[in-house]
Ligand binder design. Structure first.
Ligand code: TRP
Length: 333
């Protein structure tokens, strides 16, 4: 199970039924590279999800579906610990302790908190405010070395580092101080409707995002409608954000370099290219879609994966939590 000589990688994903090709190409697909050389843990963060209102049945369904998406994307359950946050009570327990080592001022400066309190102005609850502390607990519980995240979560990982260092200085070395691992800019996928904006699973414009589980017809339709730039040449250049985005997507799925793509589409217009990207994307995702459907047809198996993942995670988490409880002065049980 746990290999002491290996480093640990940890990341969390919100339970959402709408994971996009941005989540896939920029995150999940790249996590496979860690599975042989790291202790790898990935968590569906349902505790974080309730900082905004959720429909209970929907949350339950999406939690299991997110786990199925991980697996359908090729994450091997014998090499990665996949689990659900609320199944490992140490997350909430460590979060409470870390709350007492996190400052009101630093939490007030978190940009995601500021954004979300604007968006959910009628529900600025304390959980939304301490969201990054729970995230720090997620990370620090597993003595994590690296945290693959999107650039929007970098500030939260930096806060986790600050909290870890503060705790280590107050007591003695307790936590590994984690490093964020930001995927290279080449894998940042932009909206199809506005290529200057990141592709987001919550975009209101359905044509802006391609979901991992979209049907082939939908995918091709969305790429046909993708906003492109003036001109007609398929060329990677800064003044062509739309074409650059499509080339990035095509390159990620096909493994071809930008140069090869330029050659392949020389003398052919945008229309041809968009269709080719759509087909490449739909065909690459089709085995994932099939595997997802297959996995969901056996809920008992999925639940068992979650159960085994939680057992492994709990074992590791408990070691850190006990250490923390001892250091802060809680009486032993
Ligand atoms: N906040 C992250 C997001 O919205 C999800 C998350 C929760 C996470 N806990 C984490 C990511 C720990 C990395 C590590 O994307």
């Amino acid at each position: 199970m746990e290999n002491q000589s290996k480093k640990t990688v940890f990341s969390g994903v919100q339970p959402s039924g709408n994971l996009t090709i941005g989540n896939y190409l920029g995150a999940i697909k790249n996590w496979k590279q860690f599975e042989d050389d790291y202790n790898s843990l990935y968590c569906v963060v349902d505790l974080h999800a309730i900082t905004v209102r959720q429909e209970p049945a929907e949350l339950r369904r999406r939690t299991l579906e997110t786990l199925a998406v991980f697996m359908a994307c090729g994450m091997d359950v014998s090499k990665n610990t996949l689990f659900v946050q609320s199944h490992v009570s140490a997350h909430a327990e460590l979060a409470w302790v870390l709350n007492c080592y996190s400052m009101f001022g630093e939490l007030s400066r978190m940009t995601q908190f500021k954004d979300k309190s604007q968006k959910h102005a009628n529900n600025i609850n304390a959980g939304l405010f301490t969201y990054p502390v729970l995230m720090a607990a997620d990370i620090l519980l597993y003595q994590t070395d690296i945290v693959p995240v999107g650039v929007d979560q970098k500030q939260h990982v930096e806060l986790a580092r600050d909290i870890a260092q503060r705790f280590n200085q107050t007591y003695s070395d307790t936590f590994i101080v984690p490093e964020p691992y930001i995927a290279s800019s080449g894998t940042k996928i932009m909206s199809l409707a506005d290529p200057t904006k990141k592709m987001s699973k919550s975009d209101e414009n359905a044509n802006a995002t391609v979901r991992i589980l979209d049907s082939k017809d939908d995918i091709i339709r969305k790429f046909k409608r993708a906003v492109t730039d003036s001109g007609s040449e398929v060329r990677f250049s800064e003044d062509k954000p739309g074409i650059c985005n499509l080339m990035t997507i095509y390159s990620c799925f096909s493994g071809k370099s930008f140069e090869d793509i330029e050659k392949e589409f020389e003398g052919r217009g945008y229309g041809d290219f968009k269709l080719a990207v759509g087909e490449m994307c739909a065909d690459s995702l089709s085995p994932i879609r099939d595997e997802f459907a297959h996995l969901l047809s056996d809920k008992a198996y999925l639940e068992n994966v979650a159960k085994e993942g939680a057992q492994k995670a709990s074992y590791l988490a408990q070691k850190t939590l006990s250490k923390v409880y001892r250091k802060v002065g809680f009486l032993a049980k």
